[in-house]
Design a protein around this ligand. Structure first.
Ligand SMILES: [Zn+2]
Length: 368
């Protein structure tokens, strides 16, 4: 994600905070000053927000480390003012595994809540009258912070278990449904339910609390995105890389001059190129790089190409292309056969075209 500050790594997973998070801290201090707070109450509020976000990081680590058990990597955890996001490479498709990964986050908050329960002096609170309790809960102390953190963790569990995408509850629901039906159908049901809940939240929000309107939009967009992604996954299922491969491509030599490459670019529809010497792939030359260096026509393909790249096997599932989307910047890959011979290349526009033709029922023609 752009505009983030790296805080460090935990268990090999990078933890980043988005710049908008600082707005939240400023907002909290602003509210506090407006209420007539002082330096110590402002510091208390900031400490509370920071501790809360540690709880959020632990929640996301719960997801990430459970996913790791099923060999799914996490690129990183990003903190936003609305919560945390763990960028898992993908969600496990087995319902049992998805259920565990989805539950692991809220489970962390349950454990934290149980621990905080021990730190809060309930006996003392119960014996107080309302006024002195309020007085006590606005005085900075470990018990006060523990009390509010406990409330916040309970709210985190409640909020995340709303059975709607992209909340954890939506994934739990989908996983439970998927035990009895196929995943696509389960996603459709869970996503429709999510969108219905979003509409209800939206109406309630307009009537009572504008914050609910924000949550409604968040859920609505998440439910839509998840449904679209699973539809695409099921569309791709059963298809192989070679079916969506561009076989009529121009291969460049490391010595090819940029001026000649630009001519090829203008004359045809190819955007990215494979650079080869004999039978060996030397690198990939991306469209963006060609444009960036368009003025230096004396440069060669060999000087401009990227030498770190991934190649796809023609007989492997097409889903592999989508799995690379989260880790690769340039979605252009050479396609090789079992003897490592290059048979063509694959890119997003061709895969999209293949999917569109398939969705419209023209798959056999598209594959020919
Ligand atoms: Zn979660």
């Amino acid at each position: 994600m752009k505009g983030t500050l790296k805080l460090g790594r935990i268990a090999g997973i990078s933890i980043e905070v988005h710049w908008t998070f600082s707005l939240l801290l400023i907002w909290v201090v602003f509210l506090d000053i407006q209420r007539g707070g002082n330096l110590s109450s402002s510091l208390l509020n900031i400490a509370f927000i920071l501790l809360l976000f540690i709880c959020v990081v632990l929640h996301e680590l719960g997801h990430a480390l459970t996913a790791r058990r099923f060999k799914i990597k996490t690129k990183g955890i990003t903190l936003l003012p609305i919560g945390g996001v763990a960028s898992l490479e993908k969600m496990p498709e087995k319902p049992g595994q998805e259920l565990l990964v989805a539950l692991a986050g809220p489970a962390v908050n349950v454990v934290i809540a149980l621990f905080l329960l021990l730190l809060v002096p309930w006996q003392e609170y119960i014996n107080m009258d309302a006024e002195s309790l309020e007085q006590l809960l606005t005085t900075p102390s470990i018990s006060t912070i523990s009390f509010f953190l406990l409330v916040a963790n309970i709210m985190l569990v409640g909020f995340n278990m709303i059975p709607a995408f992209p909340m954890d509850g939506g994934r739990v629901l989908r996983a439970l449904l998927a035990f009895g039906m196929d995943r696509r159908k389960a996603t459709e049901i869970a996503a429709s339910l999510g969108q219905l809940m979003a509409v209800i939240f939206f109406v309630l929000g307009l009537l009572y609390n504008p914050f609910l309107v924000l949550i409604a939009l968040f859920i609505f967009i998440g439910a839509y995105g998840e449904n679209k992604m699973v539809k695409q996954t099921s569309l791709v299922a059963g298809h192989l890389v070679h079916e969506a491969t561009l076989t009529n491509i121009t291969i460049l030599h490391p010595g090819t001059l940029l001026t000649d490459i630009i001519d090829i670019l203008i004359a045809g529809t190819e955007k990215d190129f494979i650079v080869m010497e004999g039978d060996e792939i030397k690198g990939l030359l991306y469209h963006k790089v060609i444009l960036q260096n368009a003025k230096n026509t004396h440069l060669t393909a060999g000087e401009l190409m990227h030498t770190q790249f991934v190649a796809l096997r023609d007989s492997s599932p097409l889903q592999g292309f989508f799995d690379l989307m989260s880790s690769q910047k340039n979605l252009f890959f050479p396609v090789i056969d079992q003897d490592n011979k290059v048979i063509g290349a694959i890119d997003m526009s061709n895969v999209s075209e293949f999917l569109v033709l398939k969705a419209e029922g023209g798959s056999d023609r598209a594959r020919a």
